[in-house]
Ligand binder design. Sequence first.
Ligand code: ACM
Length: 414
Amino acid sequence: MLDVARRFRPLPELHRFVDLVAAHGLNMLQLHLTDDQGWRFEVRRHPLLTEVGGRRSESQLGHGPDARGDGVPHAGWYTKDELRGLVRYASERGIRIVPEVDVPGHARAILAAYPEHGVGGAGAVRERVTEPWTRFGISDEVLNAEDATVAFVCDVLDEVCDVFESDVIGIGGDEAQKTRWREDPRTQELMAERGLADEPALQAWFLGRVAAHLARRGRRVIGWDEMLEGGGAPAPDAVVASWRGPVGAELGARLGHDVVLCPDLWTYLDYRQSDDPREPIPVGTVLSLEDVASFEPLSSASSAALRQHVIGVQANVWTEHLDTRERLDYAVFPRLGAFAEVAWNGGPLDWDDFAFRLPGYLAWLEEQGVDFRPLDGPRPEQQRPGVPGMPRDRAARIAELERLTADLDAPAAP
Ligand code: ACM
C-alpha cells in the first residue's frame, strides 16, 4: 500500500513504483487515495473533492510536539483517465491496483470541500475545517451519519468502480474518533432511530451501508481491522486488513473473513530503520531490514482459522514524512526486498542466506536508480538534521496495541 493522500506523487513516479513492485514479484498495489490531508481522485459528480480537497497551504514538518509547518503549498490529484491508464499499466505487469477511499474518519479533505457532510452543521464544520489538514495525526473530525452523506460516499465509490477493475475496494474504517458523534444531538437522534446502541455500532452501520452498495456493483470491501468493532464486519465477504497486532486477524478469520496481514511492527515501512539518531524524521518502532526478514506471518500461535483465511501480507508505506521520490525510496528499499521474500516464501527468512544475496540485490537497486538506504545508515543527503521525529518504544507500542484492540477480544456476533 502506498499513501498518495499525504503526499501526491506525480503519475510517472507511480508507473516507476509499479515497475519496482512488479520486479519484486508482488501482485497487488493498494493506493490510499484519500485522507485528512488530501483527496487525489477525480470525482466528476463532486468536483470540489479535488479542487478544494486536493490542495493544502502547507504540511507539518517533522513529528511530535516540536513539529511546525513547512510553509510550502502541496497540491495534486489524478484524473480518471490517468488512473485508468495506471490500472492498465499495472495489469500488464501482473499487478492489481486496489483503490482505497477512507471513511468515516480520515475525512477532513471531504469536509473542507463539502462541510455539510461533517458533524454539527455545515457552518460549524466550515469554521473548524478550512482546508485539508496541514497537521499529521488522528483528527476528531468524522463524517456525519445522515443518509445524504452515505449517498455521497456511494456516489464517489460508483466513480471508483468505473475506473478500477479490482474486485476488492478499500473503504478504510481506521481510527474514526467517536467524540463528535457522541456529543452531537442529531447523531444521537439518528442512532436512536436506527436502533444503534453506541458509536461503534454506528460506524458498523455506516460501513455496512457502503459495503452493501459496493456489493450491488459486484465488489467486496477491504478495511482496516477497526471495522470489526461495533458488532462485526460490514459484509460477510469483507476482507480484514489486520494492522494492530494479531487480534483483528484472529477475530476476522474466526468470523469467516479473508484476512490480509500487515502488523505495523513488521510491515510499516515509514517506521524508522534503526536507533541511529541520523535516521530522517524517526517515527514508530525500529523496523530494520533484519526485522522485516524476521516477519513470521503465521506462527505456531496462529489458529487453524487464520491459516485457512489468510490471503496475503501487505507492507504499508505511509508518507507523512516521505515528501520526495528519494525519501520514498529510502523508506521502501531494501526493506521491500525482504518483505517480498516473506510474502512468497513465508518468514522468518534465513538471514544468512538473505545476507549472502543482499549485495547483488543492492547492486540491482543501484542500477535501477533507486535511492535505497545503505546498510550502514543514511548518507548525508538522506538525513534531516533539525527536523524532529517521534520514535516509539517497542514494548510501549505493544502495550498500546493490546489496549486498542481490547474491544475486539469479545465481540458480539455479526
Ligand atoms: C492505519 O495505520 N491507520 C491503518
